[in-house]
Design a protein around this ligand. Sequence first.
Ligand code: ADP
Length: 486
Amino acid sequence: MKGCDELKNGCAFVNGLWTPGIRRQVFPVMNPATGEVIAEVADMETEDIESALDGAVTAQRKWQERTGKERAAILRLWHTKLMENKEALAALITEEQGKPLAEARGEVEFGASFVEWFAEEAKRIYGDLIPGPASDRRFVVVKQPIGVCAAITPWNFPLAMITRKVAAALAAGCSMVVKPSEETPLTALMAASLATDAGVPDGLINVITTLDAAGAGDLFCQHEKVRKISFTGSTRVGKLLLEGSAPGLKKVSLELGGNAPFIIFDDADLDRAIDGVVAAKYRNSGQTCVCANRIFVHDAVHDEFVEGLSRKVAELQLGNGAEESVNQGPLINERAVKKAEALVEDACARGAKVVCGGRRWRTNHAWFEPTILTSVDRSMRIANEEAFAPIAPVFRFRNDKEVLEMANDTAAGLMAYIYTSDVSRMWSFGERLEVGMVAINEGVIATELAPFGGVKESGMGREGSKYGIDEYVEIKQICFGGLRTL
Ligand code: ADP
């Protein structure tokens, strides 16, 4: 890891170099478990971002001339570097983001898997040959890189949310300027530095660190060289970016907030369903966009489910994620804890009951107790907002039609979970739930192999899988005319 010594030295990573930015301003990065400042990184200005974009333009022109096979070989080396540095990356993720080490290790493997996958895909960006409308004509369809891309990424998966964009872009022949979350810039910087160690040419992956997220977003939207913006984060910011990029007609991929229903029917394997809820709700302390946000349980199994879930939740170990025994880290910051408190307070004021948890765990840090609420209904904020906290609100339902209507009664459409042993139900709900992903009898389904993304206000575009590369290519038809026949 030759370049990573500078990781915590007040720099960003642009054009293959650690750079302090024009004004040499910095901002602190905190450990959410301790409140300590663990590093300072460059607080970059518009001019810095413009010069990163200039470098990305030059690098992209050369990169698109390389064959898919050459790009694949370099990406494979980046994958190797990420895996060789798994422990260091995992420790860094836990330090700046708070998730327990075991989950951080899982994120490194998950994040690296996109690099491996898109290395393989780089060789398979196939086009088509279309028969002509006249005997003297043929059409060839080719897929070409869009060009310079910009990514804005969140803090909940500081590595994976970057690699699933950057690796696809590079495989397609694009370059990328990434603005990671101001909460978790260090993992992004380390990943980019490892890419350089692996032989990724300078300027292809640039990491801009800045506190001025809106300024960076505006610049990406307005800059004529940026042809594509890929964003993962809140629906509010996603809408701003879509609007901002409309005048320049840029391509946009958005992976936004969810409000996932988790439906447990009376024929479900209840133990399996409870394990599924624990994984889908309390992983990363409830801070993922596919977290179960509304848990619908059939009346006949409701009480048994709540009892079983309470037993599992009581076993969760809160603490600093750097300790191996801990499986519930802190929330990202104080603001997140305040929101969790407000959601519980609102629900209780409208008749919800706290079965367990419901409060912050320690007064001076950002933990929130794993929580279960029952007697939840649609009037409550928690039914309509993404909690991003370890709060499981349990709704009771009595029939299939009712629960389908409730599940779809939201502007979000990212993820849905159903637990049932009835194949007809699997199909009817699988087809009728208004989401981009349905998990049947599984609590965690994210993998590089399958497409990830949402419908409705959860976004547009897909990441990972054979579809992920489509976000970074343009389709061009080339017509061969005037062909002589024999
Ligand atoms: P969260 O509230 O979960 O942090 P955000 O959507 O605010 O979700 O953050 C996701 C990413 O979007 C972060 O990198 C953040 O810095 C960035 N961001 C926040 N506000 C804006 C904005 N107005 N324009 C562009 N990016 C933004």
